[in-house]
Design a protein around this ligand. Structure first.
Ligand code: URA
Length: 215
């Protein structure tokens, strides 16, 4: 059984926000706001399988059966730097989630991922993890991040990406084949391809630069 599933969220509000996000004329403040709103919409779909436990509360009229988010709380992991632009949009829906950080950079020559900062719980046994990475391009960075979470015992991992390239998804499918380590990718669009510089086409350019400027 395949261990990786991909969901391209098909919704007019998602498509509308993504179109403005792609537009080269969209300035950084607008880009940040739209990315934030888009992540909240994606997070709604991405958390469909979040674990809950049954709970009963008393309404002013009668007891009502419902659910609460299960413990341990999910872990949200933005990949620095561009993933930071997705954090508020995610924790708005999951305010009790804990947040870990992974600093990863893509070597522009080899396109391989290098980790320069890790701030994660040592033991992720039984934890559901949500990785935030706006651009699933070659898949190298995202796959390395997810492998690290599984090495620490994560139960399942869902990646939320604004955009994905077919090459990146195909690579991830070759890495995550073990059904005991399920991976889900939730994205607003599956674009055409990568160009020779590893950029998604048509994409939206460099997500970090568009969020925070060229620094
Ligand atoms: N990272 C980006 O920011 N944009 C791309 O198109 C690919 C990787």
């Amino acid at each position: 059984m395949a261990a990786m599933k991909t969901l391209v969220v098909d919704h007019p509000l998602v498509a509308h926000k993504l179109t403005t996000l792609r537009d080269v004329r969209t300035d950084s403040p607008t880009f940040r706001r739209l990315a934030d709103e888009l992540v909240t919409l994606l997070a709604y779909e991405a958390t469909r399988d979040v674990r809950v436990t049954e709970a009963t509360v008393s309404t002013p009229v009668a007891p009502a059966h419902g659910v609460r988010l299960a413990r341990p709380a999910p872990l949200v992991v933005p990949i620095l730097r561009a993933g930071l632009g997705m954090l508020d949009g995610m924790t708005r829906l999951l305010p009790t989630a804990e947040v870990g950080f992974l600093g990863m950079i893509r070597d522009e020559g080899t396109l391989k991922a290098q980790t320069y900062a890790t701030r994660l719980p040592e033991d992720l046994s039984g934890r559901q993890c949500y990785v935030l990475d706006p651009m699933l391009a070659t898949g190298g960075t995202l796959a390395a991040a997810i492998e690290l979470l599984f090495q620490r015992g994560a139960e399942d991992v869902t990646a939320i990406c604004l955009l994905a390239a077919p090459e990146g998804l195909a690579y991830m499918e070759t890495v995550f084949t073990d059904s005991r380590q399920p991976v889900r990718v939730v994205t607003a669009a599956l674009d055409e391809r990568l160009n020779e510089f590893g950029y998604i086409v048509p994409g939206l350019g460099d997500a970090g630069d568009r969020l925070y400027g060229v620094v």
